[in-house]
Design a protein around this ligand. Sequence first.
Ligand code: ADP
Ligand code: MG
Length: 318
Amino acid sequence: MDERSLISDFFDRRLATGRPVRADVILGIGDDAAVLRPDPGFDLVVATDSIVEGTHFPAGVPAASVGHRVLAVNLSDIAAMAAEPLWFFLALSLPRPDEAWVREFARGLFELADRFAVELVGGDTVRGPLGATVTIQGRARPGRAVLRTGAAPGDGVWVTGNPGEAVAGRLLPDATAGGAAAALRRRFLYPEPRVREGRALAGVASAMLDVSDGLDDDLRKLLAASGVGAELDAGALPLSPELLSVRGEGAVECALTGGDDYELCFTVRPVDEPRLRELAATWTVPVTRIGTVIPGSACSWRLHGGPFTVPGTTFRHF
Ligand code: ADP
Ligand code: MG
């Protein structure tokens, strides 16, 4: 299988279906560059993230998971800006042109793309170590993107979903079938980007980011960017029954240091809290208050009435 037929068979879906996914794509895959027509009156919001075999996923995970994951981590970044995702580019590096692998990769990728109506408009395909990079474009109303810098003393600290599940799933064997273990494994292989929730938080969250490196580490980034501290309650963490059944006492540590969650962590001013509760009542994903922003730069956790020191096991590339 050569590069051209790989692209036309698996990635150029206008060829396959004869119809565009999005009307704002004037020219997608097939030319030297894509031509996109953003609506006037919006800010463009752009992010890129790579995943590489051996670093972000172990060898042998299902190809559909790699396709899902490389788009999911990028959708999560757009969600964390409270923006709407529109288009994306895919740079794919393959050790060999394995048709069955690419078919499954594309299935995982497009199942997620279709759910959020984002269109693949170009990319690059090269031979090399197994990995993929997505560059994604989205939009936000001017001034409405939610940054890491807006948290102020008195704001509540909130998190979506059940952090810790993904890392627990990462450490389980692939063949895990049924029950809590399979659910956790799925949370690692197919993270769910909180796109709808992130967009809804425009004008509600004062600061936001997505949790990729671990809740404690990422939350500290938000606090540092905002120049504030926080008092946090590890006892309030939304530990799922599945996580507790597999990790027991270690569940809190998983939730704080695990990473790969792709949940949203955000702050909300007291005056906006009723609006958040209204929104959250319409969501399927839980949203939990875990603490309060304070002046200064100290960030401390408490558990069972005493101080809790987070073990320093956060992933670092370098
Ligand atoms: P060029 O040499 O001009 O870079 P390529 O042969 O690399 O052209 O790509 C041809 C077309 O296919 C371009 O529109 C490019 O964006 C697209 N493309 C290449 N690889 C991918 C991919 N993995 N996914 C989506 N589009 C791709
Ligand atoms: Mg090229």
